[in-house]
Design a protein around this ligand. Structure first.
Ligand SMILES: Nc1ncnc2c1ncn2[C@@H]1O[C@H](COP(=O)(O)OP(=O)(O)OP(=O)(O)O)[C@@H](O)[C@H]1O
Length: 595
């Protein structure tokens, strides 16, 4: 263990010990109350870190989920005299169901429409709270009892402060655990599009809903604590203004960092409080002037420091965390592999039309285990489209694609990935801030011990240590296999393009494929890197791997491949060994215009 690592483990423990000890250290009640609110807001902000900062799904509506948690317990404890703990369970259930329903609709929406839709349902829920007779309309509900546990009543500010911070710490640990799990890495990739995670076997639509529901439940729990701290609720703290404040906390603190949520909640709560006191005096009139300051701060942060403050603090004091790779982890299970020479991919009369344009015109070819096949042709020939038909990114118009004797036409990318086909991308698709090791581990997503849903819960509770150990050991093994074994902890974004392409191959190898599809693997590589890549692919071929590659670098293709398929204007114009292709009249015509 390095010094940084010791400090990284020790600092949070010391920090939380100090936070929980503050009431005993004689800190005045005013500060304890203020810090209680910091804790409450931090719980909501942690959900937003996951949703907005990490996955890139902006939500202005989290305050409404706080409201559902608060109103549920307020109603049940005051109208029916139920225990606050039942109020908590009911609040979690109702928040979860509402989020599931809202998420199922809104998480499909992309771009600017998603934040707009979160404003819409945030407002709807706010007006619902304010207009329902049974919820006391805009006056709300008063007389909410205190929480008690084993005869102890959380009746005063100090005991609630401790309870709130215990929950905030548990929330932080759970979100941190989740982000370092198999599902968490998939969520960290979502911001960069769904094509790559889907190709690794991730159900991205489901994953978005899962984190939406989790973020909503955290907000609901914060609402439950709020109701029993205040002993009264009304719609105001659950409106759009608070929704924006939560977002501001996350942006200022550091949207993609769990500690950013705490920092942002602390700064904005304190600042809001003091501005509320100072500004009216300064300006000589009453009003919510802090909202103006916050609005300006939001714009400035988004423009000049959209990573927030935490990354700067982390760089100075904490350093990057390193993932531990156990030396004795057992290997992951492998799919049965075909014998060398067995035909594993058959493309028969594959056709793809985009409206009137025939991008792939009844193309047929096959790939055997232990063979490297090159798919070449001038720009716009239809190579990438053919590739995307095999990988399930595009749906086939007509024709067949069979993998090991079974049709894969019409299957999604993730179903195809689970059959044993792995790919790399023409434009490298890595998660730049994630380490080389974690990026490679993305490939082993569907090889974990738990089913994806079970994996999420296990990740939250850190019950996935065995699985993580095996996945990380596999990622390390594949990185060593491709020659990146000495770069495990470096952020993927800091690698040269050639190394990033090799990293994509290591990630694909973690998928446990029998067929590797490489989209322009040599593009942008220097001579030495190309030689290293050739060597690696030849080695994989020797181990029985089938490789289909789309490539423009003729020298690379001619030296490496066993068989070449040439396309032009969507049609296959030639097929054969590199020697045959180099003298094929139709190929010479296509490339050199017959010269
Ligand atoms: N989604 C799409 N919608 C409409 N047309 C498309 C789409 N994707 C590709 N095409 C068209 O299909 C044809 C084949 O494109 P494709 O990208 O497969 O060629 P390519 O051989 O991979 O070219 P390059 O070497 O430049 O990548 C081109 O005319 C392209 O404009």
């Amino acid at each position: 263990m390095t010094n940084t690592l010791t400090l990284r483990t020790l600092l949070p423990v010391l920090f939380f010990a100090l936070v929980l000890a503050l009431p005993g250290l004689g800190v005045p009640p005013f500060w304890i109350t203020l810090l209680s609110y910091v804790g409450l807001y931090a719980i909501v902000a942690l959900g937003l870190v996951l949703l907005t900062g990490v996955a890139g799904l902006t939500s202005f509506g989290q305050a409404a989920f706080v409201g559902i948690g608060a109103y549920t317990t307020a109603y049940l404890t005051t109208h029916y005299g139920l225990s606050p703990w039942l109020g908590l369970l009911a609040g979690i259930a109702i928040t979860g169901v509402c989020a599931l329903l809202i998420g199922a609709v809104t998480m499909r929406i992309s771009g600017h429409y998603l934040p707009l839709s979160t404003i819409a349902w945030g407002l709807s829920l706010y007006y619902l709270f304010g207009n329902l007779e049974s919820l006391g309309k805009y006056d709300g509900i008063g007389g909410i009892p205190s929480i008690s546990m084993a005869g102890f009543e959380f009746g005063n500010g100090t005991s609630m402060y401790v309870l709130i911070w215990v929950v905030a710490i548990l929330a932080l640990v759970s979100v941190q655990n989740f982000l370092n799990s198999r599902a968490g890495r998939a969520v960290r990739a979502l911001k960069f599009g769904t094509v790559m995670p889907e190709a690794m076997g991730v159900d991205t639509a489901r994953m978005k809903i899962v984190i939406f529901v989790y973020a909503a439940i955290l907000a609901g729990i914060s609402g439950w604590l709020y109701a029993h701290l205040q002993h009264a609720v009304n719609p105001t703290p659950f409106g759009l203004k608070y929704g924006i404040d939560y977002l501001l906390m996350v942006v200022v603190g550091g949207a993609a960092h769990v500690w950013g949520a705490l920092l942002g909640a602390g700064l904005i709560t304190m600042l809001g409080n003091f501005l509320q006191e100072w500004l009216p005096g300064l300006l000589g009139s009453e009003g919510n002037f802090e909202a103006v300051v916050f609005g300006i701060a939001l714009v400035i942060f988004l423009q000049y420091a959209n990573e927030g403050l935490w990354p700067h603090i982390q760089a100075r004091f904490a350093g990057r965390s390193k993932v531990r790779v156990p030396a004795d982890a057992p290997p992951l299970e492998q799919l049965p592999k075909p014998a060398t020479g067995e035909t594993i991919l058959e493309v028969e009369a594959a056709r793809k039309q985009f409206g009137g344009l025939v991008a792939v015109n009844d193309v047929s070819f096959s790939v055997k285990a232990g063979e490297i096949v090159g798919l070449i042709g001038p720009n716009g020939a239809g190579k990438s489209t053919t590739f995307n038909l095999v990988t399930g990114v595009l749906s086939i118009t007509s024709g067949k694609v069979n993998y090991r004797g079974r049709s894969i036409a019409g299957l999604s990318s993730r179903q195809i990935a689970s059959r044993g086909i792995a790919r790399t991308f023409q434009h490298v698709r890595l998660v730049p801030g994630m380490s080389v090791l974690e990026n490679a581990a993305m490939g082993a997503y569907r090889r974990g011990d738990f089913a994806p849903q079970g994996g999420i819960l296990a990740g939250l509770l850190r019950l996935n240590r065995g699985e993580e150990g095996k996945i990380m050991a596999e990622a390390k093994r594949q990185l060593e296999r491709v020659g990146l074994g000495d770069m495990l902890d470096r952020p993927a974004g800091s690698l040269a393009l050639g190394q990033q392409r090799i990293l994509e191959i290591a990630r694909a190898l973690c998928c446990d494929p029998a067929l590797l599809l490489l989209d322009e693997p040599a593009a942008g590589l220097r001579l030495k890197e190309k030689e290293a890549l050739s060597e690696l692919l030849a080695k994989l071929r020797g181990e029985g791997m089938a490789v289909l590659l789309v490539e423009h670098d003729m020298d690379f293709v001619m030296r490496l491949t066993d068989h070449i398929v040439v396309m032009e204007f969507g049609t296959k114009i030639a097929e054969g060994t590199p020697a045959q292709i180099q003298v094929h009249p139709a190929v010479l015509e296509a490339y050199l215009g017959g010269v």
